[in-house]
Design a protein around this ligand. Structure first.
Ligand code: AMP
Length: 223
């Protein structure tokens, strides 16, 4: 771990592996900032910013937003003060070029990664998970129609916001996202294994079980 006890970790895994859920829990546990590129892009798309307009069509098809844009976006986000307390990267990097971009950003900041989690979940489990996923339009809370249904159908229990299904959580797009993951992102597992940073986590189980596995692995790297 770093001198200040800040955690600097990266979550790798196919869509639906639980990266977003676990990143939120790690953020709460360590007071680190959560940098979720998917959330940033969805917000930009909702606000119809120039970045959002560009990203929306690619996201709807399950394709990746160009590396240069993503690297700039993450560089700007990591330089903000709240990341001094550590950061949890969720959904970035997704290509080897992005991983190299991240190395440059961290080097320029005098920072480094403590560990990279690879969350492993079989594709059939992912499809069941993502098809049933619902999120709150207002606060982003996550639900699942089968494993974590909202008490009132279609309504967020936390803030009363409306729940919706992400456009890219429909079966055909899920399959496209899995293909993109295998072709472009899975090679990062080996990249980080070679650097001695990789911790493989079994991503099948309850949210609490997976959280426990990650905290144990972080303990092993000295958190
Ligand atoms: P996620 O919420 O992480 O599953 O991301 C949703 C979508 O946002 C992806 O399918 C991509 O279209 C886009 N996206 C998110 N992060 C990245 C990234 N690091 N590089 C390229 N595209 C991304």
């Amino acid at each position: 771990m770093t001198d200040e006890g800040a955690v600097r970790v990266l979550l790798l895994g196919p869509p639906g592996a639980g990266k977003g859920t676990q990143a939120k829990l790690l953020r709460e546990e360590f007071g680190a900032c959560q940098v979720s590129t998917g959330d940033i892009l969805r917000r930009a798309a909702a606000e119809r910013s120039p970045l959002g307009e560009k990203a929306a069509a690619l996201m709807a098809k399950g394709e990746l937003v160009p590396d240069g844009l993503m690297i700039e976006l993450v560089a700007e986000r990591l330089r903000r003060d709240d990341c001094l307390a550590g950061f949890i990267l969720d959904g970035f990097p997704r290509t080897l070029d992005q991983a190299e971009g991240l190395e440059g950003i961290l080097e320029a900041m005098g920072s480094k990664l403590d560990c990279v989690f690879s969350i492993r979940v079989p594709h059939d489990v992912i499809i069941l998970r993502l098809e049933g996923r619902r999120s709150c339009k207002v606060c982003g809370a996550l639900y699942h129609l089968v494993s974590q249904p909202p008490p009132r159908s279609g309504v967020c229990d936390r803030c009363g916001g409306e729940l919706y299904q992400r456009e890219d959580d429909r079966v055909e797009t899920i399959r496209a996202r899995l293909r993109v993951y295998e072709a472009q992102t899975a090679p990062l597992i080996d990249h980080y294994r070679k650097k001695g940073l990789l911790k493989e986590i079994d991503g099948v189980g309850s949210v609490e079980e997976i959280r426990g596995r990650m905290l144990q692995a972080l303990g092993e790297v000295g958190a």
